[in-house]
Design a protein around this ligand. Structure first.
Ligand SMILES: O=C([O-])C(=O)C[C@H](O)[C@@H](O)C(=O)[O-]
Length: 303
């Protein structure tokens, strides 16, 4: 897939980040992961991000990463494009990006560099080194301490034709509006805040309607229904689902740092597609919280 093709894929539809399956001892469970992707692929997401944030990229080892991406590519070939997470230290991000390209992924989402603060020049050098190490498309991820200004992104785009996408996980409306107005259709934009549904209508009004859904992992039909409601400006359905599901869901998610991922694994288990535990430093939901989540799921997708 060319970088331009990747940009086109990112320009419409609902995208999602599958969780990564682990055995009870924490090892990667390739069979479970393949079964999960087989299950999710037909629900209509326009691309799946393997080993992204919800896929616990930040907890994966260098040796298991290629296996995860290869499993995703092999399982989804001909069904749905696979974009791989890659990030952390520049050289590690390059190793991952090249492994993903070799495995047949369709592009990468360049995750934050972690830990240290960095100047715009430093961030630009990091992104450029990764872009130049591969031929396929690169999407940068605005999140945490990795925050790009429109000037930095404009310079990067001039020098790196394969930089085709910008994913926002910060939620600064002024920042996102400045980026979109400065870069226009040079980039594809993805709203990717934790529980992106809550921001979807606002981002659409800004001119960037595409978002990724983590809840797609366990209520894919509802996630698609919400996406259709946003697409068609059907506020009644959006508000109903926000009231019935998303707002009480946020209350559970906000009980603990890191639950944005743990709650997705809990949801998958509740609907009969368990992916095993999360890895430290995340923690799994408590029994009482799992029961609260199950109750909510029954409201929108009764079995
Ligand atoms: O890696 C990530 O940032 C994500 O997993 C993004 C999520 O899908 C986010 O958009 C959400 O929680 O809906």
């Amino acid at each position: 897939m060319t970088p331009q093709d990747l940009k086109n894929v990112m320009s419409s539809g609902l995208l999602s980040f599958p969780i990564t399956d682990f055995h009870d001892n924490g090892d990667f469970n390739a069979k479970g992961y393949a079964e999960r992707l087989e299950w999710l692929a037909p629900f209509g997401a326009s691309a799946l991000f393997a080993a992204g944030g919800t896929g616990e990229y930040f907890s994966l080892t260098a040796s298991e990463y290629p296996q995860i991406i290869q499993t995703a590519v092999n399982t989804c070939r001909g069904k749905v494009p696979i974009i791989a997470g890659a990030g952390g230290p520049t050289r590690f991000a390059i190793e991952c990006a090249q492994a993903a390209e070799k495995a047949g992924a369709h592009g990468i989402l360049l995750m934050p560099h972690y830990m240290t603060e960095a100047s715009q020049e430093g961030l630009a050098a990091h992104v450029e080194a990764v872009c130049k190490s591969v031929n396929f498309g690169v999407i940068i991820y605005n999140r945490g301490i990795t925050r790009y200004t429109p000037e930095t992104v404009a310079r990067l785009c001039e020098r790196n034709p394969n930089l085709v996408g910008f994913k926002d996980g910060v939620g600064d409306i002024e920042g996102m509006a400045s980026m979109f107005l400065a870069m226009g259709d040079r980039l594809a934009y993805l709203g990717g805040l934790p529980t992106a549904e809550v921001y979807a209508a606002a981002y659409k009004a800004l001119g960037t309607p595409v978002y990724s859904s983590a809840v797609f992992n366990f209520i894919p039909k509802t996630a698609m229904r919400f996406y259709e409601a946003v697409k068609n400006d059907d506020q009644a359905t959006q508000h109903q689902l926000l009231k019935d599901f998303f707002m009480p869901y946020l209350k559970i998610r906000n009980r603990s740092a890191g639950y944005a991922v743990s709650i997705i694994k809990a949801g998958a288990k509740i609907v009969g597609h368990p992916a095993g535990p999360v890895r430290a430093p995340l923690a799994d939901l408590q029994a009482e919280e799992i029961e609260m989540l199950a109750e909510l799921i029954r409201k929108v997708e009764p079995v």
